[in-house]
Write a protein that binds this ligand. Structure first.
Ligand SMILES: *Cc1c(COP(=O)(O)O)cnc(C)c1O
Length: 428
């Protein structure tokens, strides 16, 4: 599928062609574990990576491959790998770059579970994370040392209505010969293309807007195909001979697809965090309407945020589309189609008012999720960010008096009416 089609066309057609066996127009759910080899030579060529084809669904599956191709097209990448969840995508994204004693430089403003993954779990692999305020570019540079293997950030940082200056971070990453990895979950490729701004890798929790209906967990890594893995000796998994494939060098052999091939042939094969074909099917269905949904999410979020900002019980609204946001200008530059639909409100009544608000909302669902067609609410400090220290909570935009809203695609007046009745109870 050529890159010259527009976004609305690609979100329906990229990666999908009529099924060669049946002519089925929609991508079939290839519910199979294994694929029959033509003969012994064919099997050997596949196992040696001399020929590309299907072996076993832990590595590749045609339904999952269609989704990967579609996401690569939408993000403007060379290749993509789908995973069982967004967290799996993060681990899989860093795995080819890292090793014991290596570190990443990461934004402090992240999804709560990501902070826990980076600080608690990666530690057991001997990986460490240097957290920095990514608005302080000098601090970002100062945090990079000879063992740094990537810079990590989120486009619209969850939960705080913060927009990351991706081009500035990409320039620093380039200067140090390391990739910039951007979690683009909250913006989606419709609102932002990190690769066009210099990112090397994009990760997604497809669980969120890409699927858009709260049905399945999934993740994806999209490789720009533009990073020179042989420019230094920092990335031996991609540039040096690979013992698990008879000394094959991924970068030399696969060029711009080196990272994608490694992530399938080693990452999925040996870590096994594979997306299943049912999940890929649901996400393919969701992606077909991504642009339409994002337009509506953004329009609703703008109306709801502007209304909330005027409410007497509300102390602050972090929506980057508001004139009052310190990130308004950056949002207009990096997210010209809209600043997403995820933001927080701080309540004058503090922690107790937040809990009351969450319990009083009726149309909003109180769930640990975002990016659903439904409007969602969560009190981050008592849920997703409760494992963090008070300082980490504040740094992550999840202070105790803050509630996160994920604005859905219902009628905006209904969303506002629900907030109005709940705020009345919360401030009574
Ligand atoms: C949800 C989320 C994740 C984790 O994804 P899962 O699919 O839940 O594993 C990572 N990053 C962001 C920004 C998210 O919203």
């Amino acid at each position: 599928m050529t890159q010259s089609f527009g976004f609305d066309t690609l979100q329906i057609h990229a990666g999908a062609r009529p099924d060669p066996a049946t002519g089925a127009r929609q991508v079939p759910i290839y519910q199979t574990t294994a694929y029959v080899f033509r003969d012994a030579d064919h099997a050997a060529a596949l196992f040696n990576l001399q020929e590309v084809g299907y072996i076993y669904s832990r590595l590749t599956n045609p339904t999952v491959a269609a989704l990967g191709e579609r996401l690569a097209a939408l993000e403007g990448g060379a290749g993509a790998v789908c995973t069982s969840s967004g967290h799996a995508a993060q681990l899989m994204a860093l795995y080819p770059l890292m090793g014991p004693g290596k570190n990443i430089v990461s934004s402090t403003r992240l999804y709560g579970g990501t902070i826990t993954q980076f600080t608690q779990v990666f530690k057991r692999f001997g990986w460490s994370t240097n957290f920095v305020d990514t608005d302080d570019l000098a601090a970002v540079e100062a945090a990079i040392d000879e063992n740094t293997r990537a810079i990590f950030c989120e486009t619209i940082a969850n939960p705080g209505g913060y927009v990351t200056d991706i081009p500035a971070l990409a320039a620093i990453a380039d200067k140090h010969g390391i990739p910039l990895v951007v979690d683009n979950t909250t913006a989606t490729p419709y609102l932002c293309n990190p690769i066009a701004m210099g990112a090397t890798l994009v990760v997604h929790s497809t669980t969120k807007y890409l699927t858009g209906n709260g049905t399945v967990t999934g993740g994806a890594i999209i490789d720009s195909g533009k990073f020179d893995w042989s420019q230094n000796d920092k990335f031996p998994s991609l540039s040096a001979p690979e013992p698990a494939y008879h000394g094959l060098k991924f970068h030399e052999t696969f060029g711009s697809l080196a990272y994608t091939f490694f992530s399938i042939a080693i990452g999925l094969r040996d870590l096994g965090m594979t997306m299943n074909p049912q999940a890929a099917h649901y996400t393919l269905m969701g992606v077909e309407t991504l642009s339409l949904r994002m337009e509506k999410h953004v329009a609703n979020a703008g109306k709801v945020a502007a209304w909330l900002e005027k409410h007497p019980a509300v102390e602050a609204v972090t929506y980057p589309g508001l004139d009052s946001s310190p990130y308004k200008a950056r949002a207009e530059r990096l997210l010209p189609k809209g600043a997403g639909a995820l933001f927080t409100i701080a309540l004058k009544g503090g922690y107790d008012a937040c809990v009351k608000l969450v319990d009083s909302l009726e149309l909003f669902s109180h769930v640990a999720n975002l990016g659903d067609a439904r409007s969602l609410v969560i009190h981050s400090a008592s849920t997703t960010h409760r494992q963090l220290t008070p300082e980490q909570q504040v740094a992550a935009g999840a202070a105790p008096n803050v509630v996160r809203l994920s604005i859905g695609i219902e009628n905006p007046e209904d969303i506002i009416a629900d907030l109005e009745q709940a705020l009345a109870k919360a401030s009574a």
